[in-house]
Ligand binder design. Structure first.
Ligand code: NAD
Length: 481
């Protein structure tokens, strides 16, 4: 099997140590590839290349030219969308329709969107006291490291790489060790479309070694991290040593609130998309369903019927809506939470077990719903990151909001209601970076995404992201004659 190598300074290189990692298809448990496992020497080389590029041709490129290159990245990604979507599904286990129809087009869109910004990032002329011309420049931060998890391997890389490049930074991209294949294709495309050496480097390897080395590396100016909240806390502690700028997109336990006047069928669809899209391995998953007590029985009947129709299947089959859990470790973790929920007294009303799609292989899980969950239970508090829904009831609007906000997280939330005043009222009171009204899991590159509370800080996508990839320089020109 061909070994995929590291991309450093526009060259494909084996790890200096010769170490490799095996990539597993979670739907078949087969090894589908081998990639280089980077160590400190490889990281040093990538950072040196990225630093040199800032002072080289990349640093001298006009903003418009930079934008053209970023746009080409997006275009080429779309041209190769079938192949890239297939790879995304092979290493992650998500249904091919999700990769092909949603994730890869969204990643391409992110490059197109930020390409448009490249030559529109402007400073200001600022009136100051005295005779002077004062203005600001918005300059790149420098070498940006992007550390990405395994749930949306390409999209979450795009959310970081696209604004970083559009703003004139250079990048060291570290994908999750389980899902490095599509980040390597992104590297291939960057080479193809003509990015100068050192601008985009892709360094594959385990988080505990190469990830940690990135966090501590003195040659890196900024880290854009998406991952678990506990890992994010470590990134923050580690980055303090060299005072790097950081943005953190972390976990969630997002409330999906159904009020008594909601369109029940729409809310049932929304609850399903909220927890089963991406197998529930979605940071913004609507994993806490809060339903008004007066409609709960009717709601649960419809929801359970719908969940029972979601049969896990071969992720490469276009009809599949629920794919394989991304790894054996993750499946075990999710099943562990199911056991805890049962022990703590929640009622299992759908699923709850590992599933077999007829092959006897693969890390599949039945869509799982718990009812009668109370706010103190573990499954109401901890992020499971799998297709497991915790249903909690409420008596009135104040209790709904109190329960919705009763979490250390604050990534996303939703409310279902036909009452427009109530909708906006609830949207203001929910403590989350995104609030959907009568919708769930919808995103747009033009709209910011990020967390309140322990879901992190900083915003990805949108014009707000540009602030995290530029630094402001004030220039004072004395005009005294
Ligand atoms: P993880 O924290 O284990 O890994 C994320 C990345 O960090 C991987 O590339 C990993 O190799 C690397 N890493 C691991 N240890 C590291 C260390 N000590 N130093 C530096 N890097 C290290 O998370 P995961 O299990 O891959 O991803 C799932 C998590 O990501 C969930 O908690 C989910 O909620 C979160 N997530 C958040 C968002 C968001 O936008 N907020 C989006 C997707 C996923």
């Amino acid at each position: 099997m061909e070994e995929k190598q590291l991309l450093i300074d526009n060259e494909w290189r084996r790890a200096a140590s010769g170490a490799t990692m095996e990539i597993v298809n979670p739907a078949t448990e087969e090894i589908i590839g081998t990639v280089a496992s980077a160590g400190p020497d490889d990281l040093n080389a990538a950072v040196a290349a990225a630093r040199a590029a800032l002072d080289g041709p990349w640093g001298r490129l006009s903003a418009r030219e930079r934008g053209r290159l970023v746009r080409k990245l997006g275009e080429r990604l779309l041209e190769r969308a079938d192949e890239v979507a297939r790879l995304e599904t092979l290493h992650n286990g998500k249904p091919i329709t999700e990769s092909r129809q949603i994730e890869i087009p969204a990643a391409a869109d992110c490059f197109q969107y930020f390409a448009g910004w490249a030559d529109k990032i402007q400073g200001a002329t600022i009136p100051v006291t005295g005779s002077a011309l004062a203005y600001t420049l918005r300059e790149p931060v420098g070498v940006v490291a992007a550390i990405v998890p395994w749930n949306f391997p390409l999209l979450l890389a795009a959310w970081k790489v696209a604004p970083a490049l559009a703003c004139g930074n250079t990048v060291v991209l570290k994908p999750a060790s389980q899902t490095p294949l599509t980040a390597l294709v992104l590297g291939e495309i960057a080479l193809d479309v003509g990015f100068p050496p050192g601008v985009l480097n892709v360094v594959t390897g385990p988080g505990a070694s190469v990830g940690q080395a990135i966090v501590e590396h003195p040659g890196i100016d900024k880290i854009a991290f998406t991952g678990d909240t506990s890992t994010g806390k470590g990134v923050m502690r580690g980055a303090a040593g060299t005072l790097k700028q950081i943005t953190l997109e972390l976990g969630g336990k997002s409330p999906n609130v159904v009020l008594a006047d909601a369109d029940l069928d729409a809310a049932v669809r929304g609850a399903t998309v909220g927890i089963f899209y991406g197998k529930g391995e979605v940071c913004a998953a609507g994993s806490r369903l809060l339903v008004d007590r007066s409609i709960k029985d009717a709601f649960m009947e419809k929801l359970v019927a719908r969940a029972r129709k979601m049969v896990p299947g071969d992720p490469l089959d276009a009809r599949t809506r629920l794919g394989a859990i991304a790894s054996k470790t993750q499946l075990e973790r999710v099943l562990g939470y199911v056991d805890v929920a049962k022990r703590e007294g929640a009622s299992l009303v759908a699923g709850g077990s590992r599933a077999d799609i007829g092959t006897g292989r693969g890390y599949f899980m039945q869509p799982t719903i718990f009812d009668h969950v109370t706010p103190e239970m573990t499954i109401a508090r901890e992020e499971i990151f799998g297709p497991v829904l915790a249903t909690i009831d409420f008596a009135d609007l104040d209790e709904a909001i109190a329960r919705a906000n009763d979490t250390v997280y604050g990534l996303a939330a939703a409310v279902w209601t036909r009452d427009i005043k109530k909708a906006h009222h609830v949207a203001r009171r929910l403590k989350a970076g995104t609030v959907w009204v009568n919708a769930y899991n919808v995103y747009d590159t033009a709209l910011p995404f990020g967390g309140y509370k322990q879901s992190g800080f900083g915003r990805e996508m949108s014009a707000y992201a540009l602030d995290h990839y530029t630094q402001v320089k004030s220039v004072w020109v004395d005009l005294n004659m």
